[in-house]
Structure formats: structure tokens, C-alpha cells
Design a protein around this ligand. Structure first.
Ligand code: ME8
Length: 512
């Protein structure tokens, strides 16, 4: 028996422009899910990468007078470096130009041809270059691309087709009977789309029109359609048809996160491709919403892209990670504005969390020379302590249900409670009365446990900040907490010196 890993994937991003806040969002979400699973002791495989073939890329290379290969090789480091800046701990980075991937796509095509799932035919359609989509006349909206509203071109070509239509009834039933697409609103959208007859998918492009693609195995005149090529990455990276043992440990993927813009490819084409290959379905496709600006989707082609690197420089990586996850519920759209980010920074990070750390460590320094007092029975009865001990128990089901926003709301409720605890206990008053020394030491012991429990639970969400708190408290930064009981206990040893260090989130006036 091979152990199944928890396998999650991001989309493979097109390299025709540098990544923006939307790409950062998807990878921050996935990274947080991956880190949380590792924190639970699961063996995780987190895949991300780049989509490097097709018209868009060929065009972008041409515009810079570069050959596509040189162009993609120059673009990929921008993605990798953003992931490094954002603390994205992926296990593997796949490029669709990797030889192993190309071979896998060709092997799958040969297999599908042999199984009679592919046929050659002449095709007339309307093509939208930016979306790389063919549409039938009926699908066009007022003669324009139904997805982006731009002009389309009429084309007639001989191509290879994949029999999508054959599996329509199966797919409808599969989606209805399984928790395969989330959120519900997107599942219903796909079922709505499937009420119309599915057309077979044109999976090649004539080389005369597009040279930058994977060679179609049995034709010199065709290259593989970029979506058919790219979707296969999820199994080619997992060793499909190349490394059976690896494939068994990874597939089926546990979670495939995509933006709602590419749900149709992932919830219609992809499951049918897998079905035709005789491969199991991924467990869940989760479609998140869009970051918008002035009502329009943030995107490279609209020219309203927000650069995550600039935001990190100004506000810190954890501030951006926090904002992206806290501001919107997965599935909904969110209006991006730097003002909102600055507001969250000031209220939730500098005031709530930053201030809690500052007050706790300053008082500890002042009254106990920085050494944490022992927790006694009186301290154990404090509601703040039990709320802190319960964080794991409350956050874990939310993270397993992919709701980081609610999970952070739970953590922040304890942060707020800890700040109120300081207001109520007034350690500065207790400190004036020698008879109240025990009360003072219990207040700080409880506060210390609360702060550490908050830091540990935040490891997956805000790894840099959590690590700072733990390091300054002489605790390890790597944690595996498998059970509720392992979390509902004290973490600090009495007498441990805790160092205040620099402000976790300096006031914006100080950094601007
Ligand atoms: O579609 N808000 O690549 P892509 C939120 N190569 N997320 C956004 C976003 C926004 N405004 N803009 C982009 C492709 N994203 C294909 C995928 S997969 C086999 C091939 C994120 O570079 C979101 O995850 O256009 C979206 O689905 C993805 O980037 C599209 O990236």
C-alpha cells in the first residue's frame, strides 16, 4: 500500500505578462491550504507552474522580437521570484514546455486516438484571439466573443476533435451526485451550461496559423490546442503513464483551485478528458472570484494590473497575505483598493495583533524582566486561556472546508479578546500593589499563552509574523499539531525570556 499524499494544484499561469494580484491571490490561498495541511501532519504535494504555449505567448514574444523559447525562459523567473517573495512553498513547478510534459501530452493523445475518442474534421467557427476560444455562431453575443466582448474572426480549418459530447450525460450526473465543484453557485452555473448540447472540442491548431505548441503526434500540420496541453499538467506532473508509483501517491488530486474565469475548462473539459483516459476524477474543483478595480476584473489585458511586489515592499508579505484572505469569502468577487489594504493593515495588524504583542512584551519586560511567569490554577480558569486552547478545534474544520476568511475571523476574535483582557486586568494597576503580585503574574502568563497559541495557529496564514513571535519566545517555528489535545495545553515554560524586538507591524506613518 502506498500512502496517498494531499495533492493540490493552482492553475498554470500564462507567461505573456508578469503576474499580478489575481495570480498572487490564487497562490496565497493554495499556499495557506498546503501549509495548514502540513501543520496537521499530512504529506502534501503542492503544484504550481506556467502555461507557455499558444497564440498569446507567440504574440507576446513576437512583440518583443524574441523567439518564443527565449521569451518564455525570460518570463518564468518573474513568476518564481514572486512566489518566493510571497512565501509560496510549492513542491513542484511545472512548465508546459518541459520535455516530460510534452511527451505525456503526446502519449495521452495517442492513447485517446487508439480508443476512438478523437476524430479529424473540418471546422468553421469564430475565434477570439485573446481568449483563445472558438465559438459557434449561436454562442456569440451580438457578434462578439461571449467571454470578453471583443471582436472575433471567422475561420475554417481541418482539425482534430475530442469527443466531449459523448460524455455529457455522464458529466451531468457526476456533478449532480458528487461534491465536485464549489461553491454551489458555480456548480449550478456549470449545470446550466450543460443543459445545452456540448460540442466536441477542437484540440489542434493548424501549424500554418500557430507554430508555438506541442507537436500533434500523428500530423506534421498540427499543434495541440493550448488548453488541452495545459490541463494535462495536473497528471503529467504527478507521473501519469511515466511513474505509476508516484501517480498512485498523488492522484486523484484533493484540491484544484482555479479562478471562476477558467472553471468551464476545469469542470467540463478536464473531467471528460480524465474519464476518456480512464483516470479518476479530482476530488474537488474550487473556483474563487475575481479581484476587481472600478468594477472590472483586474487583468493584464485590461491594463489595470496591480503589482503585488510593490504592495509587499510597502506593507509586508504577511499584510498582503492577510488582506487577500480576510477581505473576501472564496467564491465572491472583491473590489481591490490600496486604501482598503491600508485600513486592514492599521486596524487588524498594527492595532490588534501588533499592539497585543507590544503590550504583552513591554509589560513582561517591565514587571518580570522579560521572563514569563508560571501559569497557576487561577490562570487556568481564565476564559481567554480556554478560547486560545480552542483555536485549533475551531480553525481546523474551517480550513478543511476551505474557508480561510472565517478561520481568520475566529483568530481575530481571540486577538480582540486578549486586548480586552489587558484592559480589564489592568496589569499596571496590579503592579502597584505588592499584594496583587500573583494576579499580575497570572495575567501575564495567560496573555503569553494566548499570544503563542495565536502565533501557532497563524503559521499557515502569516508565516513570517508567526515565526517572529515564536523565535522571540524561544519556541520552534516548525509545528505539527495533529489533535485538539496537542493544542489545548500550555506551550511556554516558566522563566523563558521573551524578547520584544521590533514592531511586528510598524505604523504606516513610519513606513510611508
Ligand atoms: O487562464 N482575480 O492563465 P492566466 C482573481 N493559463 N484571480 C485572478 C485574477 C483576478 N482578477 N486574474 C487572474 C490561464 N487570476 C491559463 C490556465 S490551467 C491548466 C491554465 C488568477 O494567466 C485566477 O486563478 O490567465 C485565474 O483563474 C488565473 O489567474 C488565470 O491565469
Amino acid at each position: 500500500m502506498t500512502e496517498k499524499k494531499y495533492y493540490l494544484t493552482t492553475p498554470l499561469y500564462y507567461v505573456n505578462a508578469k503576474p499580478h494580484i489575481g495570480h498572487a491571490y490564487t497562490n496565497v490561498l493554495c499556499d495557506t491550504f498546503a501549509r495548514y495541511r502540513r501543520f496537521l501532519g499530512e504529506d502534501v504535494f503542492f503544484l504550481t507552474g506556467t502555461d507557455e504555449h499558444g497564440t498569446k505567448i507567440e504574440k507576446a514574444a513576437r512583440e518583443q522580437s524574441k523567439d518564443p523559447r527565449t521569451y518564455v525562459d525570460e518570463m518564468v523567473p518573474q513568476f518564481k521570484s514572486l512566489w518566493e517573495t510571497l512565501g509560496i512553498q510549492y513542491d513542484y513547478f511545472i512548465r508546459t514546455t518541459d520535455e516530460a510534459h510534452k511527451k505525456s501530452v503526446q502519449n495521452i493523445l495517442k492513447d485517446l486516438e487508439a480508443k476512438g475518442e478523437i476524430y479529424k474534421a473540418s471546422y468553421k467557427g469564430w475565434y477570439c484571439t485573446p481568449c483563445e476560444s472558438f465559438w459557434t455562431k449561436l454562442q456569440l453575443k451580438e457578434g462578439k466573443c461571449p467571454d470578453c466582448g471583443r471582436d472575433v474572426q471567422e475561420l475554417s480549418e481541418e482539425n482534430y476533435f475530442f469527443k466531449l459530447s459523448k460524455y455529457q450525460d455522464w458529466l451531468i450526473k457526476y456533478i449532480q451526485e458528487n461534491d465536485f465543484i464549489r461553491p454551489e453557485i458555480r456548480k449550478n452555473e456549470i449545470l446550466g451550461f450543460l443543459r445545452e448540447p456540448l460540442e466536441d472540442l477542437c484540440i489542434t491548431r493548424p501549424r500554418a496559423r500557430l507554430a508555438w505548441g506541442i507537436d500533434y503526434p500523428n500530423s506534421k500540420d498540427h499543434v495541440v490546442y493550448v488548453w488541452f496541453d495545459a490541463l494535462i499538467n495536473y497528471i503529467s506532473a504527478a507521473g501519469f503513464m511515466a511513474d505509476d508509483k508516484k501517480f498512485r501517491t498523488l492522484w486523484p488530486a484533493d484540491l484544484q483551485v482555479v479562478g471562476k474565469d477558467i472553471l468551464r475548462q476545469h469542470a467540463v473539459y478536464w473531467p471528460i478528458m480524465l474519464k476518456a483516459c480512464g483516470v479518476e476524477m479530482p476530488k474537488l474543483v474550487l473556483a474563487h472570484g475575481w479581484w476587481t478595480m472600478e468594477g472590472a476584473k483586474v487583468s493584464k489585458s485590461r491594463g489595470n494590473a496591480v503589482d503585488p511586489i510593490e504592495l509587499v515592499k510597502k506593507y509586508s508579505v504577511d499584510a498582503l497575505r492577510y488582506f487577500l484572505m480576510r477581505e473576501v469569502t472564496i467564491g465572491n468577487d472583491g473590489a481591490f483598493s490600496e486604501d482598503l489594504l491600508a485600513e486592514r493593515y492599521t486596524s487588524d495588524l498594527a492595532n490588534d495583533l501588533g499592539n497585543l504583542w507590544f503590550r504583552f512584551t513591554s509589560m513582561l519586560e517591565k514587571y518580570f524582566a522579560g521572563a514569563i511567569p508560571a501559569l497557576e490554577k487561577t490562570g487556568e480558569k481564565e476564559p481567554l486561556l480556554s478560547a486560545s486552547f480552542k483555536l485549533w478545534e475551531k480553525v481546523t474544520p474551517l480550513m478543511v472546508a476551505y474557508d480561510p476568511r472565517e478561520a481568520l475571523a475566529v483568530v481575530w476574535s481571540v486577538i480582540v479578546m486578549a486586548n480586552q483582557f489587558v484592559e480589564e486586568k489592568k496589569p499596571w494597576v496590579l503592579a502597584k500593589d505588592p499584594a496583587k503580585k500573583a494576579g499580575l503574574s497570572q495575567a501575564l502568563a495567560v496573555l503569553g499563552e494566548a499570544v503563542i497559541h495565536i502565533a501557532v495557529i497563524l503559521l499557515a496564514f502569516m508565516p513570517a509574523t508567526a515565526a517572529k513571535i515564536l523565535e522571540r519566545s524561544q519556541l520552534p517555528k516548525e509545528w505539527i499539531v495533529k489533535t485538539e489535545k496537542d493544542f489545548a495545553r500550555t506551550f511556554l515554560k516558566s522563566g523563558t525570556k521573551i524578547e520584544r524586538g521590533e514592531a511586528l507591524f510598524p505604523r504606516l506613518e513610519e513606513i510611508k
